[in-house]
Ligand binder design. Structure first.
Ligand code: AMP
Length: 398
């Protein structure tokens, strides 16, 4: 399993050249970073390495340059902001081919406790194909590799997996360690009752998550558009709500599995509906599970909010991935907000699986009330599916 990996504290870093893979994939508008959470999140590992006398070589991807050096996706603004946050200069090695003359010179000139930032790893087309040549080039810069980019740990790329083949020591940083601790403990050894809440747009995106979580949880709460596929499969009318006809059989299979495993599977009892998908649509409440033709379900209704909140309040571990409705429209955000509120109050371990639910919790100002908000939407979902993340598997075992 993936939980027993060496960390930066398990290896001697003094005087060593340490290549640190971070997730600096931040939004940048006109050269200005508009959300620096990921930079701040990376600081503990960088600071630990610097304080312990490592020569720190930072690398990351930014956006999707698709193997081309695109000026607007340069990591230069990240280097400038990191220099301010760390209170020491981060030398930006501006090579379009990432490991070029500038990078090699900058690394050769480093002394202990100094920091160099490489250019966007995705400027190289080999990066996302995990090709050997770029992996070797990255490895040639360092003695030790540290992965702290949980958000890309589900991808086997040169800077997350390939590089580890050519470096003797590969370990994880504090961010990955924290993700593994919270997600890993919740899934493998949860304090019970253990409740998972799944929402969002599609059943098809979460098939393996539902299947895997039914092996682990006591209660599975379903909301968002994916609930309509389950309700239709049960024979309710769902009007014009979003549905995946080709997943009706799967929904039936999962409901049977829940019954066999003695897992309580909760579906909406009522809905907030509208006659169009629009932020200005008039929200109406249904009296039951059924939705009449001409209307679509855009959020869970009041009875469902109350019921889901009650089950959450009785849980000792709660994991949440996917909104309960179209939370981007205020009129249809109450269900998603209610889940956040119930989790914030429940007193147990509460984990938000990244992506839209993390965004929702932050919009509602509840971020600091959760035990853990995962930094990787895709990665945390794959973790919940029970898949071993390649970027973590590749690190040295204890
Ligand atoms: P996902 O990316 O699968 O987690 O889905 C998130 C998206 O699902 C959000 O943008 C929500 O607006 C959308 N969503 C949630 N509930 C509904 C619904 N009842 N109808 C349509 N879209 C929904």
């Amino acid at each position: 399993m993936v939980f027993n990996k060496k960390t930066i504290e398990d290896v001697a870093v003094k005087g060593k050249k340490v290549l640190l893979r971070c997730d600096f994939n931040v939004p940048i508008v006109d050269g200005v970073i508009t959300d620096e959470n990921r930079l701040v999140g990376a600081l503990p590992t960088i600071e630990y390495l610097l304080e312990n006398g490592a020569k720190v070589i930072l690398c990351s991807h930014l956006g999707k340059p698709k193997g081309e050096a695109k000026k607007e996706l340069s990591l230069e603004p990240v280097g400038a902001r990191l220099s301010e946050l760390l209170g020491k200069q981060v030398v930006f090695a501006d090579d379009d081919n990432v490991v070029g003359e500038n990078a090699v010179n900058a690394v050769n000139n480093m002394t202990e406790g100094q920091c160099v930032l490489l250019q966007n790893t995705r400027f190289r087309k080999e990066e996302t194909k995990n090709e050997e040549n770029f992996s070797k080039e990255l490895a040639s810069l360092c003695d030790i590799f540290v992965n702290d980019a949980f958000g890309t740990a589900h991808r086997a790329h040169c800077s997350t997996v390939g590089v580890t083949k050519f470096v003797d020591t590969s370990v994880c940083g504090y961010l990955i360690q924290k993700e593994l601790k919270f997600l890993g403990e919740a899934v493998e050894n949860p304090e019970r009752p253990f409740t998972a809440i799944l929402g969002g747009s599609k059943v098809s995106d979460k098939i393996n998550v539902i299947n895997n979580l039914l092996e682990k949880v006591d209660t599975l709460v379903i909301g968002g558009a994916m609930a309509y596929t389950f309700l239709k499969a049960k024979g309710f009318q769902i009007g014009n709500s979003r549905v995946e006809e080709d997943k009706l059989d799967y929904a039936i299979e999962m409901m049977k599995k829940a019954e066999n495993k003695d897992v309580k599977l909760l579906l909406p009892l009522d809905h907030v509906i509208a006659n169009e998908f629009s932020k200005d649509a008039t929200p109406l409440e249904t009296v039951s599970e059924n939705i009449e033709d001409g209307y679509m379900g855009l959020d869970i209704g009041p009875k469902t909010r109350e019921n889901y909140s009650k089950w959450i309040s009785q849980s000792k571990t709660v994991i949440w991935n996917g909104p309960m409705g179209v939370f981007e429209f205020e009129n249809f955000s109450k269900g998603t907000k209610a889940i956040g509120e119930a989790m914030a109050k429940c007193g147990g371990t509460t984990i938000i699986g990244g992506g839209d639910s993390a965004a929702a919790v932050n919009i509602f100002g509840m971020g600091d009330k959760m035990t853990h908000i995962s930094t990787g939407g895709g990665a945390s979902l794959e973790f919940l599916e029970g898949i071993e993340l390649p970027g973590i598997v590749a690190l040295n075992d204890r």
